[in-house]
Design a protein around this ligand. Sequence first.
Ligand code: RIB
Ligand code: CA
Length: 331
Amino acid sequence: MSQRHKIILDCDPGIDDAVALYFALAQPEIELLGITATFGNVPAAQAARNAIYLCTLAGRQLPVCEGVNTPTRKIGVLPDAEIHGADGLGNLPERRRDTYPPDERSAARFIVAQANAHPGEITLVAIGPLSNLTQALRLEPRLPALLKQVVVLGGSIAAPGNVSPVAESNIWYDPHAADVIFTAGFQLTMVGLDAAQHMAVPLALFERVAAQHRHPATDLLLHAARFSVDYYARLDPALARQQACLSHDVLAVMFVLRPELFSTESGRVRVATEGLAEGQTIMDRREHVLYPQAGWEEHIPRIRVCLGVDAPACLAWLESSLMGNWLPAPA
Ligand code: RIB
Ligand code: CA
């Protein structure tokens, strides 16, 4: 096997975060160094508890580091419990108690320590607000050179937003952090709603996985998926007809392993941090700049943006991965 991908998953589990984590655990090509938890779908402490719980069910004791619980500058808002449940995992009916404690390091310190220990080797996959990565950048200004790449699930260029007409949730929760990260010079790819809006995962997929691969972890995914399908059915008649839910986050992990499944463009991306467009990711897709404007200077780094995805291939890959032999016998 060629060199495995060293990954840190920065997340706010979150139902689709759980799918992304389990997909990552099912990939032999991925060496998951640890998980950093951020506020977003749930408060940071609950996100850390959920990440630990998900790892425990999957028989893994990965380091989980609690991160920031408030946005970089804007006033924080409480998540809508309708989307991921009050507990972040679809209001689980019960929880096992044999979990393990969070790592004593903060998310930012863990990211910096790992980046310095493995310079140029780590991919940071960020599937929540970008507050932890911003704090890590403040701690270690060399981070863009120390990390191999950053893949962000967030934003939207041409597709409608999911929090406002133009804003996607992860960016909207901390727009100042996103604007810092998108212009800091990371080797960065943004997987936004332009791609993620096509990742509608039928409940039937999770039913097949739970039936064929009997395990508490696949049962949890099925429970959480049912909750998510019910939410999206109230939101979108097409998803109601398909009995499907949008599972955005897994695409960021998939991009790391198979970027060829995505269509991308490169350009400068800035983030609106206030007003009607708060949280909008704005991309300069022009060939030539006739009238240079403040905030769009030539020196601002370009990032790669995913504008499309082979969703059927990703769906098939998700199912085959979860069906595979990636879980130890239940404890
Ligand atoms: O807009 C989708 C993103 O917001 C996903 O990361 C989901 O988990 C929520 O955090
Ligand atoms: Ca998320």
